[in-house]
Ligand binder design. Structure first.
Ligand SMILES: *Cc1c(COP(=O)(O)O)cnc(C)c1O
Length: 429
């Protein structure tokens, strides 16, 4: 076949598209690439256009940023292999009757946190929205002014509250909220308070002259007692980390955990499946069975429910915690690998200059907390070259150097990282 990018007449779109078949994209996408190149008056650019399209596809990347839960990279690393198969998603295998989507992953998650019942939705924001809509629509919700947070991506507590149809009653001040502030709001008959909401300050800190009211004091507050809902943000299941042989790492500090929050008197907790839990994107609601049932009955629950792929992944995660094998979840494995082991891997890479680095948990968790780590530094900004590698390697730039942190790299990917570094540094040498 003659090369359609050569010769006098402009090539036909179809012939040009066919010449790109080795790019591995389906024909209509190759046609798009060919059209763009011809429209730009440069048919020779068609291959580059096809490569650009291929690079927009969802694909595995190597995370060398040292950010364990990188929102741009899908937060927690996740295995994604599943053969085509039916499942008992909504079938009770004992009775043969229609079963519940909450019978497996959600029930196991509740068991793992020490709650009565659980429900899983698409993400943490959806979980907060559903809880507020199901338990407080047309009524009010008491929240401390120090907790009216923006989580990022446009998730702001006052706005989610408005969308849910619940009324926000703010109490206290930005830096200090006392129990009397909550009590006054609950006692005011004009407020018609449905529940008290406590929101974890996941992604920022308030320091200095501060004060907030703990879970113990807020549980059962009011006459009659109102449910206490705690939005934990990240899904650290147990502050003692019984799944880690050496217990909680120092950098976990005072991060609140699901089990202890329920034990301290929260009626319902809400957290993200892909923050410190180390699972897929999901929102987990766990707590009192009557409150969880009210959430499950609400029409929004149908709109916010995840599919079998996510529930299957969440079930694996819940079983890992229950079986005390959660130290093998990729997130925990990477988060806890000793620095000395990372240094050994850095040496074995044989490229770049070995450097001490600081990793972070990221994803809007543990602000200002550093996780000691190790990696390599390259002169200049090599990030574009590293991203162009197959698979793409994502690194960061600091002080004019490119840093690759091995804490977030699977050991099996180390040789690929070395190849990518060689390619990226050779390309512009
Ligand atoms: C992250 C976070 C959310 C939202 O969870 P997503 O899973 O990201 O939707 C809600 N509340 C708090 C406190 C959070 O930190």
């Amino acid at each position: 076949m003659s090369d359609p990018t050569q010769g006098g007449r402009p090539p036909s779109v179809d012939a040009l598209a066919r010449s790109l078949v080795d790019c591995g994209l389906p024909h209509p996408l190759l046609v798009d690439a060919a059209r763009r190149a011809i429209a730009a008056g440069d048919p020779g650019r068609a291959r580059a256009e096809a490569v650009a399209i291929a690079r927009t596809l969802l694909q595995p990347v190597i995370n060398a940023t040292g950010v364990l839960l990188h929102t741009n990279l899908g937060r927690a690393p996740l295995a994604r292999l599943q053969g085509a198969t039916y499942s008992n998603l909504e079938l009770d295998l004992v009775s043969g009757d229609r079963g519940s989507r909450s019978a497996h992953a959600a029930a196991l998650m509740a068991r793992a946190c020490g709650g009565d019942a659980g429900l899983i939705v698409n993400n943490g924001a959806a979980a907060v929205l559903l809880v507020l809509a199901a338990l407080a629509r047309g009524r009010s919700v008491v929240v401390s002014r120090g907790e009216l947070v923006e989580i990022g991506g446009g998730f702001r507590v006052p706005e989610v509250m408005a969308e849910s149809g619940a009324r926000l009653v703010e109490v206290g001040t930005t830096n200090r909220t006392r129990i009397a502030d909550y009590e006054r709001a609950l006692a005011d008959p004009g407020n018609d308070v449905a529940l008290v909401l406590k929101v974890h300050k996941s992604n920022y800190r308030i320091e200095g002259f501060t004060g907030e009211v703990g879970i113990e004091a807020l549980g059962g507050l009011g006459d009659p007692p109102r449910p206490l809902v705690v939005d934990l943000g990240s899904g650290l299941l147990d502050s003692a980390c019984p799944w880690l042989p050496d217990g909680p790492p120092a950098w976990l500090r005072d991060e609140p955990a699901a089990r202890q929050t329920l034990l301290s008197g929260a009626d319902l907790i809400v957290f993200s499946g892909d923050k410190l839990l180390g699972g897929p994107q999901a929102g987990v609601i766990v707590g009192r069975a009557d409150l969880v049932a009210a959430c499950a009955r609400h029409p929004l629950a149908r709109a916010l429910r995840p599919g079998g792929l996510v529930l299957g992944a969440m079930q694996d995660v819940a079983l890992a915690y229950l079986g005390r094998t959660a130290q093998h979840l990729p997130f925990w494995r990477m988060a806890t690998v000793p620095v000395a082991e990372l240094e050994r891997r850095v040496e074995a890479l044989g490229v770049g200059e070995p450097v001490a680095t600081t990793a972070v948990t990221g994803g809007g968790t543990l602000p200002g907390v550093d996780v000691p780590s190790a990696g390599i530094a390259l002169d200049g900004d090599r990030t574009a070259g590293l991203r162009a590698f197959h698979p793409p390697v994502i690194a960061r730039v600091r002080d004019g150097q490119t840093l690759l942190d091995l804490r977030t790299v699977e050991p099996a990917d180390d040789p690929t990282v070395a190849d990518a570094v060689r390619a990226a540094t050779a390309a512009d040498a």
